[in-house]
Design a protein around this ligand. Structure first.
Ligand code: KIV
Length: 288
């Protein structure tokens, strides 16, 4: 039994059906035929095994995003994220899922210097986590690296438009593509990644016409976030869409209000502990 197939029967984990039937990279790529995607692709971020268990059956892809910097670690940006952090969370998400394709983010500094550096980092991530593909940020400048990885057996998802790892160059997280030059660069970046062999591209925080133009311009699926419903699929940060945070970007729709639900539950628990009504008779061990 490999480390990726632990027997979780004694833990709180869902039992894993045998045999596992996980979506593959070619199956995701084939969802776009002649420029059209009949069934939009559903992707969410996941960072823990339990989160993956809850999301898995509803999603085509789970992204172990480096947004775990802010969501899990309370860091100010994705810049400090390390390979070790991605390895640990990637392995947890793979253990917690059996249906969705798991894609893992390459952290800042682990791939930009040279294709060989990217290959070594990607191999580390895939071996440690069991994920099927990596995602990296950047457009045409990264195309040779994407080609290098794909030719050596590593599926790559691109990420263009607003690229959060470049926050120190961009100066913030504002939507991209407001000028004509920026707009045409985003489309040509997407084209370059597609031609280099990326199996899908995340398009984040761009003016809608650019998202539509890029989706039409490339053969591989474009997964939008703050982009357009006309992209081939959508991704959101799960904790954002579940309402865990007070402030979220404009493009996030909150499908639940977990922050409030948690606050109410913890308030009730604290009250019951303080008045000694928890644990009640049903929650304590007695001989009878
Ligand atoms: O890290 C992340 O969560 C991402 C998504 C926002 C696409 O890259």
């Amino acid at each position: 039994m490999s480390i990726h197939q632990l027997d979780t029967a004694t833990s709180r984990a869902h039992p894993t059906p045998q045999p596992m039937r996980r979506l593959t990279v070619p199956a995701i790529r084939r969802r776009k035929v002649d420029g059209a995607t009949a069934q939009p692709i559903v992707m969410l971020t996941a960072y823990t095994a339990r989160q993956a268990q809850l999301l898995d059956e509803h999603c085509d892809m789970l992204l172990v995003g480096d947004s775990l910097a802010q969501v899990i670690y309370g860091l100010p940006s994705t810049v400090p994220v390390t390979l070790e952090m991605m390895e640990a969370h990637g392995a947890a998400v793979v253990r917690g899922s059996f249906h969705a394709l798991v894609v893992i983010d390459m952290p800042f500094g682990s791939y930009e210097a040279a294709p060989e550096q990217a290959f070594a980092s990607a191999v580390r991530l895939l071996k440690a986590s069991g994920a099927a593909a990596v995602k990296l940020e950047g457009g045409a400048a990264m195309a040779p690296t994407v080609r290098f990885l794909v030719e050596r057996g590593i599926p790559v998802m691109g990420h263009v438009g607003l690229t959060p790892q470049a926050v120190n160059v961009l100066g913030g997280y504002a939507a991209r593509g407001r000028s004509e030059a920026e707009a045409s660069k985003i489309v040509s970046d997407a084209r370059a990644l597609d031609e280099a062999g990326a199996f899908a591209i995340v398009m984040e925080g761009v003016m809608e016409p650019i998202a539509i133009g890029a989706t039409e311009a490339v053969g591989c699926p474009v997964i939008g976030i703050g982009a357009s419903p006309r992209c081939d699929g959508q991704v959101l940060v799960t904790d954002d869409m579940l309402g865990m945070f007070e402030r979220v970007p404009r493009f996030v729709k909150r499908y639940a209000d977990l922050r409030q639900t948690i606050a109410e539950a913890v308030e009730r628990y604290a009250h019951e502990v303080r008045e000694r009504s928890f644990p009640g008779p049903e929650a304590i061990y007695r001989e009878d």
